[in-house]
Design a protein around this ligand. Structure first.
Ligand SMILES: [Zn+2]
Length: 57
């Protein structure tokens, strides 16, 4: 079934939470899948929020 979830990801020790992400959730075991497009969008959003990677020399 499809259900909104809160997607959580930690980038450079900072927690990002994105609410109401449409996901597929298994009725039996509760496992969650994200559509590839949704996942790509989330990664872009998080990358923008996190800002550019610090340069390490
Ligand atoms: Zn399952």
């Amino acid at each position: 079934m499809e259900a909104p979830i809160t997607y959580e990801v930690i980038v450079r020790e900072e927690l990002f939470q994105i609410e109401d992400v449409p996901a597929l959730v298994c009725r039996n075991c509760g496992e969650q899948w994200l559509d590839d497009d949704v996942k790509n969008n989330l990664e872009l959003m998080v990358a923008e929020s996190a800002g550019p990677e610090p340069n390490v020399h």
